[in-house]
Ligand binder design. Structure first.
Ligand SMILES: Nc1nc2c(c(=O)[nH]1)N[C@H]1C(S)=C(S)[C@@H](COP(=O)(O)OP(=O)(O)OC[C@H]3O[C@@H](n4cnc5c(=O)[nH]c(N)nc54)[C@H](O)[C@@H]3O)O[C@H]1N2
Ligand SMILES: Nc1nc2c(c(=O)[nH]1)N[C@H]1C(S)=C(S)[C@@H](COP(=O)(O)OP(=O)(O)OC[C@H]3O[C@@H](n4cnc5c(=O)[nH]c(N)nc54)[C@H](O)[C@@H]3O)O[C@H]1N2
Ligand SMILES: [Mo]
Length: 768
């Protein structure tokens, strides 16, 4: 590690329990630290006043809803860190690249790479010197265009990380289709793809049904596998409000996460001075990794039994029979499935006692309107899609979809990951209005299914993928099996990364390789038609406008729409119906094109995107109209309760959960402190249950290695980890992503959506 900031961060390793709440003074301190380190204390602080405001910019961190009446400071510790990270004064200039070979940089940590600061020039890889060298945009586009024209269209992949705006994403999807494929994998394929598969089957909507105002009238919140304190902290405000009204929150999570336990609003002087905290979860169920399918089955089973008992006694039932009869399909089969599962199996697979599950079911049975919230703890499993459908089953039993204060609430990741899908970033042709594109742009769109994330990796391994264009993100670091993927990745002909900062995906390059530096959303985007705004969709399906406020990072850095148009013009024959230059001059014209393509969804986008609270996407399921094959909301019967049929668990095999610290955004590592989990100065830890530590003959604080329990002939191993005794179920252990991605086999994914199963990997732990 050559960067002194890494050394400063990791000098003092300390691991001790943290008793502060989420938010609070710890949050204020952590923020001050990063603003200072990135050299933006004053400007950064002033900018933050514009964050998530109707006339300002939308945070580049998470996708949580933006209220119509924002707080004076509508941001959180981690949103502010994301702002500081993007607005850093540090620069990765051509000088920096001249000083370091790519081989040398491959030895640097993720943190050290991004800490070099913002990319300032288009760079081309020079194999003779093993360095990236600056090139002009004209040269870059000319060569990329030439390469793309020479490649078989099916062999090229157009990846999108979920941050790019609706405008950029629409243009990017069109570029891929005009070029000749639907190879449009996105970060959502590693994230909420089970949501995108499960919800249409269950309720006929691809996204969550809950709006921010539902939190004001809900009677109960169920919280599955989402770490709100770190990954969507602004949601703590509506949760705190709900708690003040006496709304119970039942949490299911293997780890005791601080944000789900206690919260002090850092923006409330009263709470800060009094050091008072709100208790968030009223029940905390430490379900085993992958045990939610069993836990929710138990909840449903208990409700069905209680309903039967009540009706035998002539009392009102516990289930909403009127709703079930009028609106659902498959109820009888579902009841048979639940009745058929015995409690012993439910207890064993969930790790929860029947008593605890019945206690939770009793609270649910009394609540009028219930919100079901979930994150990666449900989706990143072998049976992720089935588990999401199971949560919907639970809600359907009491009519908790399509009424005020109730609904299903997937917490999306990247700030526009939901919106990208809405405007056509998808490898599935049936999700895109291809006929409409044909009509508007006069071409024959490809109809063949494209590749998703896992299939992209498979294609790179078997040689069928020859080129990778990345619109943001750090694909090669985010995917599973990084040890297998990296050597194969180099066999590609062309790799192009549109990025703000240097990351590992730039360093494992194809024969022809480019890094193209782009503006971030926070910067003023000046085009021929004046300064431009962009739009995005939040987790509750509302569209918002966003206007950059900061000075652009440098004269050679270009906007994402400009870069996408540049590639398109160089790679495609001219099409008089697609006015790339006109679109770049005025993004309002791209929005008009989006509206023309999806008139029902985006009606009024240009006029209404800056309305406080955003423009609400119409969603039939909110009105209890079910756009499913049966015309009803469908109960789903899972194939069984076994969490993971594809990795065997022998004695001494643990289930590894990979997760985020409070000091990172995905592969972007802001620092080495995970305050809430009591870890300072290191990310090389393995959280373990004390009983497992003792049984395996280890001790708290010792060094261990972890190896995936697979028999496909590939060794997947990570050493140099320090054992941290932690409150986690016996048989589970946890560590940080992306470091742990070497341990996840590529074939270990959700059966229905191909989302990598990053939350339960069978591993052995040995003293190193
Ligand atoms: N600051 C910050 N914000 C972020 C991100 C970030 O990295 N940093 N990433 C963004 C992105 S792209 C996404 S997708 C989201 C991710 O946000 P989350 O969905 O919160 O993702 P993870 O951090 O992976 O944490 C998953 C949670 O699920 C729990 N869990 C693990 N396995 C299971 C299980 O089997 N069952 C249950 N019930 N729980 C389980 C873990 O203990 C953890 O609390 O956050 C977004 N926001
Ligand atoms: N083991 C394991 N693996 C996982 C996960 C897990 O929980 N466990 N989570 C998965 C999830 S949920 C996700 S979403 C993926 C994340 O996968 P990605 O979205 O591919 O990765 P990020 O880390 O978000 O990408 C960071 C990079 O994006 C670039 N960037 C930042 N801002 C901008 C911008 O405005 N424009 C452009 N063009 N580039 C920008 C920067 O160069 C930065 O280095 O990882 C997945 N991988
Ligand atoms: Mo994500």
């Amino acid at each position: 590690m050559t960067d002194p900031t890494v050394e400063a961060q990791t000098r003092d390793v300390r691991i001790e329990p943290y008793d502060g709440p989420a938010g609070g003074w710890g949050s204020a301190r952590s923020l001050a630290e990063i603003l200072t380190r990135e050299g933006v204390p004053a400007t950064g602080a002033a900018m933050l006043l514009k964050q998530n405001k109707p006339d300002g910019y939308m945070c580049v961190s998470c996708a949580w809803a933006k209220p119509a009446k924002p707080l004076a400071f509508e941001y959180c510790e981690n949103g502010a860190k994301a702002t500081a990270w993007e607005q850093t004064r540090r620069r990765a200039t051509p000088d920096f690249f001249a000083q370091h070979t790519v081989t040398e940089l491959l030895g640097w940590s993720d943190y050290a790479l991004e800490e070099q600061g913002r990319l300032t020039h288009p760079m081309r890889y020079d194999p003779d010197t093993d360095r990236y060298r600056p090139v002009s945009w004209e040269e870059a586009f000319a060569e990329i265009g030439r390469e793309l024209r020479g490649l078989e269209p099916k062999s090229v992949v157009f990846y999108a990380s979920g941050r790019a705006s609706l405008e950029t994403s629409y243009m990017y999807g069109l570029l891929a289709r005009l070029y000749g494929n639907n190879n449009l994998p996105d970060s959502s394929n590693m994230c909420h793809e089970p949501t995108s598969v499960a919800l249409p089957q269950s309720i006929g909507a691809p996204v969550g049904t809950v709006l921010l105002e539902d939190f004001e009238s809900t009677d109960l919140i169920l919280f599955f596998g989402q770490n709100v304190g770190s990954n969507a902290p602004r949601m703590l405000h509506p949760l705190q409000e709900a708690r003040r009204r006496g709304v119970p929150i039942l949490t299911f999570n293997p780890l005791r996460e601080r944000g789900l336990e206690r919260f002090t609003n850092p923006q409330s002087p009263v709470e800060m001075l009094a050091q008072s905290a709100t208790r968030i979860s009223t029940q905390y169920h430490q379900v085993k990794a992958g045990g939610d399918l069993a836990a929710i089955t138990g909840l449903c089973k208990a409700l069905i039994a209680a309903d039967r008992d009540a009706r035998v006694l002539g009392r009102a039932g516990v289930l909403d029979h009127a709703f079930i009869a009028e609106h659902t399909h498959g109820f009888d089969d579902f009841v048979r499935f639940c009745d058929g599962q015995d409690w012993a199996a439910v207890e064993r697979r969930s790790g929860l006692s029947r008593n605890a599950i019945e206690g939770a079911a009793a609270v649910y049975a009394r609540a009028g309107a219930v919100i079901g919230i979930y994150g990666m703890g449900l989706t990143q499993h072998r049976r992720g899609t089935e588990t999401v459908r199971m949560l919907v089953n639970l809600l359907l039993l009491r009519g908790n979809i399509g009424k005020r204060g109730a609904g299903i609430c997937p917490v999306r990741g990247h700030s526009n990951v939901q919106g990208q899908r809405t405007v056509g970033i998808s490898e599935k042709p049936e999700l895109v209005p291809l006929d409409r594109l044909k009509e508007l742009y006069g071409f024959e769109p490809p109809r063949e299914k494209g590749v998703n994330t896992v299939e992209t990796c498979e294609g790179v391994l078997d040689g069928s993928v020859r080129a990778f264009i990345g619109l943001g993100g750090n694909f090669l670091r985010a995917v599973p099996d990084t040890g297998v993927m990296e050597p194969a990745w180099r066999r590609q002909r062309l790799t192009v990364q549109v990025s703000t900062k240097l990351n590992r995906s730039h360093l494992v390059n194809g024969a022809v390789a480019y890094i193209l530096p782009c503006l971030g959303r926070l910067e003023i985007d000046q085009q021929a038609g004046g300064p431009q705004a962009v739009s995005m969709e939040d987790s509750t399906a509302r569209f918002h406008g966003s206007r950059g406020v900061a000075e652009p990072v440098g004269p050679h850095v270009r906007s994402e729409p400009w870069i996408v148009a540049g590639i398109a013009k160089a790679a495609l024959p001219p099409n008089p119906r697609v006015d790339w230059d006109g679109w770049v001059a005025d993004y309002g014209r791209v929005r008009a094109a989006i509206e023309a393509t999806y008139p029902d969804v985006f009606h009024g986008l240009n006029d209404r995107m800056f309305e406080p609270g955003g423009l609400t996407k119409p969603l039939a399921a909110r009105e209890r109209r079910w756009e499913t094959e049966t015309g009803r909301a469908n109960f789903a019967v899972p194939g069984g309760l076994e969490a993971d049929p594809d990795m065997t668990r022998g004695a001494d095999v643990l289930d590894l959960i990979t997760l985020r610290s409070n000091d990172q955004f995905n592969t972007t590592v802001y620092g080495y402190h995970d305050r809430f989990r009591g870890v300072r100065g290191t990310r090389d830890v393995l959280f373990m249950n004390r009983a497992d530590i003792a049984r395996l003959g280890l001790a708290d604080g010792v060094q261990v290695a972890v190896a995936a329990e697979t028999d496909d002939g590939v060794e997947r191993r990570l050493g140099g980890l320090r054992v941290v005794a932690y409150d986690i179920p016996e048989g589970n252990c946890a560590g940080y992503y992306p470091e742990m991605n070497v341990l996840i086999p590529l074939w270990h994914y959700d059966a229905q959506s191909k989302t990598p199963a990053a939350k339960a990997i069978a591993v052995r732990v040995t003293a190193a």
